[in-house]
Design a protein around this ligand. Structure first.
Ligand code: T4K
Length: 403
């Protein structure tokens, strides 16, 4: 039995348990690559490691082009610009803020669509009502590596002559109806940030089958240089460094092991959380390839004796740094909160679900025994909900779970 830290016990864990602790891969292989890089004295500007990393991704995903970048946010910005999106672009409100900011940064208005509560991806039936004469595109987000309904999105886009791209930051290594994510829409963007299951420390990539788009993005990521002293396009610096590609390749080689560890952890959470009132683990379709990198739990406050925010406080007191992604939704963050104060009126599901989600620690740094303890903490907290609530009312000023 656990004596909850919030109720006077010691935290169960002595070290913090993070969501997004990096997976390492083979340390020796990484150091070998770095040593070779030092020997070559070639550190960036589309070096051999970046080219190798791009080739590996192209092969896995089955696309013609992979353009590696310094991170997924810049990759989104470059893809948006290369596609010549402007005016208004429809995006889900339930995503990491980078999806919306990549538009706003270029003075394009993100128009927020609601989510499908079953999948947490964009509710395609809400898209058409958001289309105006200024709309130029749709960006779908494969939230948690669960692909959005690409067929519905692309048929709406075709009908209204809109461009489509995907933020696939969470969906590297995943499939959709038997096809690898990466080949949908005009292009798709992956993130290889340290917290992603395959990481480059910082990194991102745009993948596409469009030769012209790929050529444009290669120019854009390198200031528009087409050769020494020859700038033919406005560009920025979106290049991936060699040391980042070295980490990406090392991480890539460990991909199957990392996915297996994530899958094992997911099954452990599934077992450990089973039957808890109001607690549901978002399931992944076992028939599709999934990276299982996010453990996403919904707390239904009408059935669970504690709400999401209360449970997060309990977990954090035990050093389990559970996260409330993507609360409160992009529309409730600046500058969108001020620019579009009424956006929430069209986002009832985003508002409801964002107040319920907890993301729990996983990855190779977390073992099944630790997961059993995390589940036991949740169980214990629910069993002692009245006491927890009383202590929280006395000690903690909680943000309201309902927005
Ligand atoms: N689109 C979507 C849908 C995204 O989710 C993201 C990023 C992007 C676009 C943009 O991709 P990038 O430009 O980042 O490539 C984290 C990540 O920073 C972010 O990449 C990710 N999505 C988002 C879902 O999660 P934060 O603000 O929650 O937390 P952060 O990075 O401070 O770290 C999370 C946890 O990981 C912490 O508990 C600490 C731990 N951690 C983190 C780092 C960096 C470690 O243990 N070691 C580390 O090295 O955003």
């Amino acid at each position: 039995m656990i004596q909850l830290a919030l109720l006077g016990g010691q935290p169960v864990f002595s070290q913090f348990l993070h969501v997004g602790r990096p997976n390492l891969g083979d340390r020796e292989a990484m150091l070998r690559r770095v040593n070779e890089m030092f020997d070559r004295r070639w550190f960036t500007n589309a070096g051999p490691l970046v080219k190798e990393f791009e080739a590996r991704i192209q092969e896995l995903v089955g696309v013609k082009h992979c353009v590696a970048m310094c991170n997924a946010t810049i990759a989104l910005e470059i893809a948006i610009r290369a596609l010549e999106l402007r005016g208004e672009v429809i995006v889900p409100a339930y995503t990491f803020i980078a999806t919306a900011h990549a538009l706003q940064w270029q003075e394009i208005t993100p128009v927020f669509a609601d989510m499908d509560p079953a999948t947490h991806t964009i509710a395609t039936e809400t898209i058409e009502r958001l289309i105006t004469p200024r709309t130029t595109g749709i960006i779908g987000v494969h939230v948690w590596g669960r692909p959005c309904d690409t067929e519905a999105i692309e048929s709406i886009a075709e009908k209204h002559k809109l461009k489509v791209m995907y933020d696939a930051a969470h969906a590297f290594g995943c499939s959709h109806r038997g096809r690898m994510v990466g080949g949908f829409g005009a292009c798709e963007v992956f993130s290889f940030h340290a917290t992603k299951f395959i990481n480059c420390f910082e990194g991102g990539a745009v993948v596409t089958n469009d030769d012209e788009l790929a050529a444009k993005m290669r120019l854009m990521r390198n200031f528009g240089f087409a050769g020494n002293d020859n700038v033919i396009y406005p560009g920025t610096n979106g290049k991936m460094t060699e040391v980042c590609a070295a980490m990406g390749l090392t991480s890539f080689e460990a991909m199957e092991d990392i996915m297996a560890a994530n899958r094992r952890n997911y099954e452990a959470y599934r077992k450990g959380l089973q039957g808890l009132p109001g607690i549901s683990l978002k399931e992944y379709n076992p028939k599709e390839r999934r990276n299982y990198q996010y453990i996403v739990v919904e707390v239904d406050e009408t059935k669970a004796p504690l709400n999401r925010d209360e449970l997060v406080v309990v977990l954090q007191a035990e050093k389990v740094l559970a996260r409330k992604y993507f609360w409160p939704g992009c529309h409730r963050m600046e500058p969108y909160r001020s620019l579009q104060p009424n956006a929430y009126l069209l986002l009832p599901e985003t508002q409801r679900v964002a107040a319920r989600v907890i993301v729990l620690p996983t990855g190779t740094a977390v073992g099944v025994q630790e997961i059993d303890v995390v589940c036991a903490i949740i169980r214990e907290a629910l069993d002692h909900a009245d006491e927890v609530r009383r202590i929280l009312a006395e000690r903690v000023a909680l943000p309201s779970p309902s927005i």
